[in-house]
Design a protein around this ligand. Structure first.
Ligand code: TXA
Ligand code: MG
Length: 355
């Protein structure tokens, strides 16, 4: 199959531009599109055979459910017959936006879309292209991140193309995304609302609206390897993985830089291609050895730039054939939990305490 890549304008949104993409979705085909978090690989979430195509295009295990993207609250009522009041409170505050809610599913949602579960994940994305596509097609769009399973999520149309060219009908190119890490997932089907995946919408922000929220213990760093089963099936896979072996260095800035450089030299001598993940503020600590690829993920003073740069940086190392990746730690701040959740998974929880 030939994948058509179509550039679309963000402002103004021109409805006609979406006709072709909308027709593909209406006909049961697949279209990748930008959201404010990462690019999604979209298809009709209410058709079993289309969900099957999505899993196949991504090479994704079919027990890992998809998120359905909507553009208005009426659509939510089609997906669930049992919407708790917490869902409306969160929707009012955070939709459209980077928050996914888990609700009991209605009969309309096929089990194929929900990985066999009786619950459904729903999100109203805050991106003009995603909203226009949902509206123009009238399709409730099931969309996982538009990467091949196990690869870092795509933050540009180019990344989608690298992974899915030839496997889907169309890619809508709306430029680079704004946030760069996937939505927060909150499960509203239990007694206490529970965060299954951290994201831009933080624990504190949800707590402010609902009064109480828990965190799925299985995804905390201290419980890695403890054999707890994450409530979001996708969180159990070694997601976001670069090809190189990635280790995170934690500690005081100068000690971290010294430990990273020492390791980098050693690996280089052993004939390995080495990459270093630095911040704008610390770049100068790593010098300019032509044999070591130092990349700036973003600025510590601007957390969003770090979130946005994470997957791009990992993909660039893949492109350069880097075999050993040594990265600084990006804890703290409002986004630290979400950024570190992705980084730790990409690193298979390999962390060196640099003192
Ligand atoms: O920001 C995002 O959420 C992006 C954009 C495209 O919207 N989408 C995304 O989808 O990250 P995906 O498929 O890569 O991740 C969905 C996560 C998986 O970990 C999956 O297991 C979980 O959501 N999930 C989906 N339905 C669920 C359910 N019913 N119960 C628990 N977890 C669910
Ligand atoms: Mg994903």
């Amino acid at each position: 199959m030939e994948t058509v890549i179509k550039k679309v304008s963000l402002s103004p949104i021109i409805p006609n531009e979406y006709r072709e993409a909308a027709e593909i979705l209406q006909g049961g085909g697949l279209v990748a599109f930008p959201t404010e978090t990462v690019y999604g690989l979209g298809g009709n979430g209410l058709l079993e055979e289309v969900s099957g195509k999505i899993y196949a295009a991504k090479g994704r295990p079919s027990d890992n459910p998809l998120i359905i993207h909507i553009a208005d609250l009426e659509s939510l009522k089609l997906l669930s017959d049992d919407i708790p009041k917490e869902a409306y409170l969160l929707a009012e505050k955070f939709w459209p936006g980077p928050l996914t809610m888990i609700l009991p599913k209605s009969e309309r949602v096929p089990h194929k879309t929900t990985g066999g579960l009786d619950t459904v994940a729903v999100r109203m994305p805050d991106h003009p292209v995603a909203a226009a596509l949902i509206r123009e097609s009238g399709v409730l769009i099931a969309a996982p991140s538009a990467n091949v399973s196990g690869r870092p999520s795509p933050t540009s149309a180019q990344h989608v193309c690298e992974d899915l060219s030839g496997r889907i009908e169309m890619i809508l190119d709306g430029g680079e995304v704004g946030l760069g890490i996937e939505s927060t997932i909150v499960d509203l089907t239990g007694n206490i609302p529970t965060i299954l995946r951290p994201g831009y919408i933080s624990e504190e922000m949800i707590e402010e609206v609902l009064g109480r929220v828990e965190f799925d213990r299985a995804i905390l760093e201290k419980n890695a390897g403890a054999g707890l089963r994450p409530k979001a099936p996708g969180m159990k896979y070694r997601h976001y993985a670069p090809k190189g072996e990635f280790t995170i260095y934690r500690g005081e800035t100068k000690k971290v830089a010294a430990a990273i450089l020492e390791k980098a030299e050693m690996e280089k001598k052993a004939g390995k291609r080495v990459g270093i993940i630095a911040a704008e503020e610390t770049r100068k600590l790593y010098g300019s050895d032509s044999g070591i690829s130092v990349k700036v993920i973003g600025a510590r003073a601007d957390e969003l730039s770090v979130a946005r740069g994470l997957y791009r940086t990992l993909r660039e190392f893949d492109g350069e054939g880097v075999q050993v990746i040594l990265g600084e730690c990006f804890e703290g701040g409002k986004l630290g939990q979400a950024i570190m959740n992705r980084m730790l998974k990409a690193a298979g929880y390999r962390v060196v305490e640099a003192g």
